[in-house]
Design a protein around this ligand. Structure first.
Ligand SMILES: Nc1ncnc2c1ncn2[C@@H]1O[C@H](COP(=O)(O)OP(=O)(O)OP(=O)(O)O)[C@@H](O)[C@H]1O
Ligand SMILES: [Mg+2]
Length: 258
């Protein structure tokens, strides 16, 4: 996709031509305190749950890195920490050298975040929502409208851009979420189960789009349980079990075992 405006990536230029380390997750830990209800759901008397336990990995520009692992492994938690929605207890995460602890605003300016639990406000239209988030990033109106047209055309959102989200299907809403997440042309893309609940055609549009973003040199972190998506797009995968990195490497390497 044509770059129609520049975003700030202060520490992003490397002269040597080696792939740039866009994202670094270093020895990150997160423990949740469980409520009575959560203890019942998890069938445990423990008051604490270590969701992420000293996790480290990194990804470079032009790479799609897949986070895999069983339910409850800690994938969404680490993605929420990268996106600055929740804080790490210890360790650090940097995006182009900016720490989530000391420069969360710089991190947010550089990333797109999409989670399966994201709820779009039903009352608004895709066009209104897009403008709202784009304006939050301070994008001038002309650049905003040009990029909106590009993204809405790409996902076929134009035909329902003025219809309230309450009246749209899951797939339509997911397309809107993806378009909105890319409003500020982020360089690092964090998508948590992006094809969840989508029909095969919409899932293919999203899959192909991830490959397009990779070609543009974006760094993409994607979590999924769908093996075909992993096979099609991931350059490397990390398998998380109980909050720890159990295995990491190319898909072929990981399938061959430790
Ligand atoms: N806000 C929270 N409060 C308490 N426990 C939590 C909270 N968020 C996550 N957890 C717990 O942390 C662990 C990791 O959850 P997480 O959602 O990161 O797993 P996941 O790998 O994304 O799983 P899934 O594949 O099912 O999406 C789980 O045991 C979960 O119950
Ligand atoms: Mg999850």
């Amino acid at each position: 996709m044509e770059d129609i405006f520049q975003t700030e990536n202060a520490a992003s230029t490397k002269a040597c031509g080696a792939p740039e380390e866009a994202l670094q997750v270093r020895n990150v830990k997160k423990t949740f305190t469980l409520s009575y209800k959560q203890r019942k759901i998890n069938r445990t008397d423990e008051r604490k749950k270590v969701a992420v336990d000293g996790l480290s990995f990194s990804a470079v520009n032009g790479e799609i890195y897949g986070l895999l692992g069983p339910n409850g492994a800690g994938k969404t938690t680490v993605m929420r920490m990268i996106s600055t929605l929740i804080k790490c207890d210890s360790g650090d995460i940097t995006v182009f050298g900016h720490s989530v602890k000391t420069a969360p605003d710089k991190v947010r300016a550089s990333i797109a975040f999409l989670t399966s639990e994201l709820k779009l406000e039903d009352y608004f239209t895709p066009s209104y929502l897009y403008n709202f988030y784009s304006d939050l990033h301070g994008i001038p109106a002309a650049a905003r409208d040009a990029r909106k047209k590009q993204l809405f055309d790409k996902f076929g959102i134009g035909s329902f851009s003025e219809i309230k989200l309450a009246e749209l299907s899951t797939g339509m809403k997911q397309k809107v979420s993806i378009a909105v997440s890319l409003a500020h042309d982020p360089k690092v893309i964090i998508y948590d189960e992006p094809t969840n609940g989508l029909d095969v055609i919409t899932a293919k549009i999203v899959t192909d789009f991830l490959l397009e973003l990779k070609k543009e040199g974006k760094c993409i972190i994607v979590s999924t349980h769908i093996f075909s998506l992993i096979e099609k797009v991931c350059d490397r995968v990390g398998i998380i079990i109980n909050g720890k990195m159990a295995l990491e490497g190319t898909l072929a390497g990981v399938c061959a075992g430790p």
